[in-house]
Design a protein around this ligand. Sequence first.
Ligand SMILES: O=C[C@H](O)COP(=O)(O)O
Length: 235
Amino acid sequence: MIIAANLKTNLTREKTAKYIAEVESFLSKNSISEEVFVFPATSSLNSHSGAVVVGAQNAYPTTNGAFTGEIGYEQLEEFGIKTILIGHSERRHIIGETQEELVKKFNFYKELGFKIIYCVGEPLEIREAGFDSMMEYISAQYEGIDALYENLIVAYEPVWAIGTGLTPTNEDIVAIHAELKKKSSAPLLYGGSVKVTNAAEVLALDGVDGVLVGSAALYAEHFCTMCEYAQSLSK
Ligand SMILES: O=C[C@H](O)COP(=O)(O)O
């Protein structure tokens, strides 16, 4: 299974290094062989070797150049980063990235062979419009994306469940994942208010190949416990 921590705009470089070391040591002591990813803030990226795969939360589709405030492949390559999150709801809805921009980013990092965790998910008003409208909205987020890309992982994250403590019902997660599995056979993660208290339940659901965790992952101990749950449930 796949357990991913998105640290968002949290933790300093020093605290991130400690965090990754703690997770690494836990995985090793407990012989955990699940796929574990950590996405630190850009300023905390660093080279890492071990079981934890460190990825970028974002990067611009360029090797280098005049793109003030952005980083490109050259800055990722320095640290051996070959994994990237694309399409996270905070990038879509807060930063305002369009599908067209995400497609460019996807294609650029795909060409470089990156592992891509591509996020999709609907806001509350779309969810309230019913299942068909919701699936139509999510389908549009697959437009221009190579769903057959061999290094693709998809994360379904309802926008209204992110950082809110709200989650869809288990039945809803299973139903939506079943629909999304028709679009891509890539591993499919669930994200949105996954905590140490519900992670085992979510991980056990049909069609859930792992979780993408934000707030709760900031506690290394909680994140490690989720990795342990994944190991014991491994399917
Ligand atoms: O990338 C992670 C998701 O945005 C989930 O965040 P959350 O666990 O704080 O709800």
